[in-house]
Write a protein that binds this ligand. Structure first.
Ligand code: SIN
Length: 487
């Protein structure tokens, strides 16, 4: 399988200080479509992570001192190389992560778009001058890179989540170490190879791959040479990492779990809402933090919407992500399958009705049927946990007020979606929803120009957009005194 991918992109160990590392210990990377071993990879230790931090610290001064135009040029070159290798990178991603090849290609372009975006933003790290309280002074504000940035990235977007953190960090003048999820290290290592080819200097971008998440995570969150830590993953793990960052008072960005409501009002275009939901629910087999989790449908259009959705869902093809025309690949591992099965069973036990699917799919052990549940209630576990699987859970509501209250009744606040053609309602509901991102008549909200991030227990910090550099820069105020007032 890996043989069809350019050899230079298939790496078997961490990338630290511009060099490929080997070690005595190895771990295997599995294809979630068939559980076969794809590759054996050197298992990095905490001391490898420590070396990466020191390399990034040593490289910081010269990287930060490069003119922004030069950093921009290197990021641009990295972007071009990623796009040149889009097909191979996508294949590698599908093999280790499982998503359909067409989605994997989309993810490579999505990740690359952050490299391109921040190559441009690097040149716009503007400061400010502020009128001073007296004429003998000037107030000047500059933005400076925070220093060494460490990150932990998830398995659901092995390319894009890494690219969007690294691009912003490097553009701001920071150096970077990432520990990708152990299930999907190969996409991260391929990105490192292309960073190397792009001419990004040794120590500026480092990838540490290993299974000892606890020990490596402790180095990345506690090392005094790390100035900032960025994490994408579950809220439970994020809380633990936050505590670990507290002792050395690190800057922190957290992109954590979600429980996205998807509201369909009675004035919505139902066909558009079904189309939006298919994208927001089934992207990556339902394994994204912004996937629609609770589908709230106004009573008067509930049955019509459920019928249309059931028809759309029967068109979904479940298969190995490399199969032509596949929409839904495998879930990442057996634990993911067990969690979806258990949430579904508990909803059925509590009175939800099964309209479609409901069990594992014949394509293999980690495949799950697209499943449609109706009569879901707010107190059920499926309404309160992230499903992270291809299960659409429908709940009815009567009034706009009730929909807003139901949508907001969660500790999460990442993404929300709603469909309505009433302009007054559009502004009222958008204002009332307690979420960092709101899709209005739209199921796909992620792009490099937009600020991605949440509120409440979904975390803080924004990735992408003109705000994306803020998390990687410190504001420095210069007070220039002793000036002669104008005569
Ligand atoms: C995520 O699931 O964490 C990211 C999804 C996205 O970038 O759209």
């Amino acid at each position: 399988m890996l043989k069809q991918i350019a050899e230079q992109l298939v790496k078997t160990g961490s990338y630290i200080n511009g060099r490929w590392q080997q070690s005595a210990q190895h771990f295997t990377v599995l294809n979630p479509a068939n559980q076969q071993v794809l590759l054996s990879v050197a298992d990095a230790s905490a001391s490898d992570a420590e070396r990466a931090v020191c390399a990034a610290a040593d490289a910081f001064a010269s990287w930060a001192a490069l003119p922004a135009a030069k950093r921009s040029e290197l990021l641009q070159r990295w972007y071009q190389l990623v796009m040149q290798h889009q097909d191979d990178l996508a294949r590698l991603l599908t093999l280790e992560q499982g998503k359909p090849l067409s989605e994997a290609k989309g993810e490579i372009a999505y990740g690359a778009s952050y490299l391109q975006w921040f190559a441009e933003e690097a040149k716009r790290l503007y400061g400010d001058t502020i009128p001073a309280p007296s004429n003998d002074k000037r107030i000047i504000v500059q933005r400076q890179p925070v220093g060494v940035v460490a990150a932990i990235t998830p398995w659901n977007f092995p390319n894009a989540m890494l690219a969007r953190k690294a691009a912003a960090a490097l553009a701001a003048g920071c150096t970077f170490i990432v520990k990708p999820a152990h299930q999907t290290p190969l996409s991260a290592l391929a990105l490192a190879e292309l960073a190397h080819q792009a001419g990004i200097p040794a120590g500026v971008f480092n990838v540490v791959v290993g299974t000892d998440a606890k020990a490596i995570g402790e180095v990345l969150t506690q090392h005094v040479k790390v100035a900032k830590f960025s994490f994408t993953g579950s809220t439970a793990v994020g809380k633990q990492l936050l505590k670990q960052c507290a002792d050395s008072v690190k800057r922190v960005s957290m992109e954590l779990g979600g429980n996205a409501p998807f509201i369909v009002f009675d004035d919505a275009d139902l066909d558009a809402a079904v189309q939006g939901l298919m994208a927001a629910k089934f992207r990556n087999a339902g394994q994204t933090c912004v996937c629609a989790n609770r589908i709230l449908v106004q009573q008067s259009v509930y049955q019509a919407f459920a019928d249309k959705l059931a028809i759309a869902m029967t068109q979904l093809k479940v298969a190995d992500g490399l199969t032509d025309g596949c929409h839904i690949g495998p879930l990442i591992d057996d634990k993911a399958v067990a969690k979806v099965t258990q949430l579904l069973q508990s909803a059925l036990d509590d009175g939800a009705k099964l309209l479609l699917g409901g069990s594992a799919h014949s394509a293999g052990a980690q495949f799950f049927q697209p499943t449609l549940l109706t009569d879901v209630q707010p107190q059920m576990a499926i309404s309160n946990d992230e499903i992270f699987g291809p299960v659409a859970a429908l709940m009815a509501f009567d009034s706009e007020q009730e929909a807003i209250a139901l949508a907001n009744s969660t500790e999460y606040g990442l993404a929300a979606y709603f469909y309505s053609r009433d302009i007054g309602r559009v502004f009222r509901v958008a204002q009332a929803l307690q979420f960092g991102m709101v899709g209005i008549n739209e199921g796909i909200i992620s792009n490099a120009a937009a600020p991605f991030g949440g509120v409440k227990q979904s975390g803080y910090g924004r990735e992408g957009s003109k705000y994306g550099l803020d998390d990687y820069t410190d504001i420095k105020y210069l007070c220039l005194g002793g000036l002669q007032p104008a005569m």
